[in-house]
Design a binder for this molecule. Structure first.
Ligand SMILES: *Cc1c(COP(=O)(O)O)cnc(C)c1O
Length: 220
């Protein structure tokens, strides 16, 4: 199916219940333009250098989402334009995002990444660490970020009941912090990729990050 066709089909199935982020990492600009020309403007990228290169040449009304692991020393490159950072995994990183957002006179939306998988390769914070971040008294001084919710990645497995368990644990934790931290604008749960987004939506996802099911296999 065409890129525009795949996007239309996924958005139809989402039925407005969750937003689609088209994950365009390691895909050529021309494929993003195909989606853009069909009216789609929300892309997710994993690598700072690639994200900046694409932002520079592609239309300026694209909404860019950073979904990959982000080092503090690279925040400055994306702070002028990034819409949302899904992969916040430390207080130090959040502090730097706030600092760079302030320099650019912007407010950057952030999601805190929770580790939910049963494997070592996936990143994110443990629950205790995430709660400690939310309890840090310095957080109230961060005027240039908004903590909008959580992001998580399930284990790479065919075992759907395990994936469902992991998605449910993210949703449960989200509900818990939403109840507890009422001063935060907690509305988003970013979970679900090409292989598991329908299940993620069933479990309460509000943002699915779908790459290969839209653009095909990535260039390595
Ligand atoms: C690559 C990536 C995706 C998309 O993966 P697909 O399986 O191609 O849909 C989603 N989220 C994150 C964090 C990724 O790194």
């Amino acid at each position: 199916m065409s890129i525009a066709g795949s996007i239309a089909e996924i958005e139809k199935k989402l039925g407005g219940k969750a937003k689609l982020i088209a994950v365009s990492k390691k895909q050529p600009d021309q494929k993003l333009m195909e989606a853009y020309k069909a009216g789609f403007k929300r892309f997710g990228e994993n690598y700072v250098q690639e994200l900046c290169a694409k932002q520079e040449v592609l239309p300026k009304d694209i909404e860019w989402h950073m979904i990959g692991h982000l080092q503090s020393n690279k925040v400055k490159y994306i702070a002028p334009f990034v819409q949302m950072i899904h992969s916040v995994d430390s207080f130090k990183l959040l502090k730097e995002i706030n600092k760079q957002a302030k320099k650019n006179d912007r407010i950057i939306d952030c999601l805190l990444q929770l580790f939910i998988a049963e494997e070592d390769s996936k990143t994110g914070m443990e629950k205790e660490e995430l709660l400690a971040l939310l309890d840090n008294p310095a957080l109230k001084d961060f005027q240039n970020i908004r903590i909008c919710g959580l992001m998580g990645m399930s284990t790479f497995t065919d075992n759907t009941s395990q994936i469902e368990r992991e998605f449910n644990s993210l949703k449960d934790f989200f509900d818990k912090i939403k109840e507890q931290y009422t001063d935060l604008p907690l509305t988003e749960i970013s979970m679900g990729m090409s292989s598991d987004w329908p299940l993620a939506v069933k479990c309460g996802s509000t943002m699915v990050r779908v790459g290969s099911a839209i653009f095909g296999a990535r260039q390595s």
